[in-house]
Design a protein around this ligand. Sequence first.
Ligand SMILES: [Zn+2]
Length: 117
Amino acid sequence: MKRALAIFMLALVGEGHSVIHWLESHLLACPFKKLTGIDCPGCGLQRSIVSLLKGDIVASFKFYPPTFSILILLIFALFHLKFDFKHGALIIKTLYILITVIIIINYIYKVYHQQLF
Ligand SMILES: [Zn+2]
């Protein structure tokens, strides 16, 4: 099992560039933006993740500031499922609220600075 995982990881690292290129050329179109012509509160997440995979942290943050918090939440939730931390559920709820606030602030910023188009 460990050997299969190691081979998979090596293949992923070796093919990382082509995976990123594939992701870049297959981004999903936002239905809200397609319908209304303006960004939704989630627009930028895919581009942010692709930038993060490329190692460009600044571009990733500029595309979608909540990405880091979302990744922290996902990683923490996985560890909580495995280790069942004492206050894990409370921390997850708090992170969820924090992420919601960051998404709302980011959207208000985009509206205020007319970056929705
Ligand atoms: Zn969108």
